[in-house]
Design a protein. Structure first.
Length: 198
């Protein structure tokens, strides 16, 4: 493999030598004879360092553009910044937060009241209708209001998935809803036990 690379690099060098015989490159012997065809010898060493600096600055600028180091936390939200190296967690309320790409991660949680409306339960012919004690299918239009405890945000980050509403609240609410409605008859659900169910 190494011998193949050497052969390929030698062929590339020869190609450049034939196309511009008067130019000296760093691959050629430093004790080169006078240039042919009156072309001056070009020394590339003074250009290497500035080109490397421009390349590094350009790459850093592109990285900052694609992953900005400032993230904002809106009013009513809380941001949790995680240090990937140490594992430390910091909370931030509204404002701007410095997040160093590759070393830190930011997750934002809403502290506002949120609504979960189960889909498919609103009709007896829906995707997932409720069942009464008699085994009858019924539809109920209901909503669950929930909010995250601001004092437990760090614990929520450490112990819960990123999308709390979809991965925690929805399955928990569905489990409770189906169990509660299965305890009562249709008449009780819509009359005598309605307040208790709510």
């Amino acid at each position: 493999m190494v011998s193949r690379l050497k052969v390929i690099s030698e062929k590339i060098r020869n190609l450049f030598r034939k196309s511009a015989p008067g130019f000296a490159t760093e691959f050629e012997d430093t004790e080169m004879q006078a240039p042919q065809y009156g072309m001056p010898r070009i020394d590339l060493k003074p250009y290497v360092r500035p080109l490397l600096i421009i390349g590094v600055v350009g790459a850093a600028g592109y990285g900052i553009y694609k992953h900005p180091p400032l993230q904002s936390v809106a009013r009513g939200d809380v941001g949790v910044r995680i240090n990937q190296l140490t594992g430390s967690v910091s909370e931030f309320r509204e404002g701007s937060v410095i997040v160093i790409p590759g070393f830190q991660e930011m997750r934002i949680y809403s502290l506002r009241d949120q609504l979960y409306r189960p889909e498919g339960m609103d009709s007896a012919e829906g995707k997932s209708p409720l069942q009464s004690l008699e085994g009858l299918s019924l539809g109920v239009d209901l909503s669950v209001r929930y909010a995250l405890d601001p004092n437990k945000i760090t614990s929520i980050y450490k112990n819960q998935p990123a999308n709390v509403g979809l991965e925690v609240v929805e399955p928990a609410a569905q489990g409770v809803i189906y169990k509660i409605f299965a305890r009562y008859t249709v008449r009780e659900i819509f009359s005598s036990k309605r307040a208790e169910i709510q």
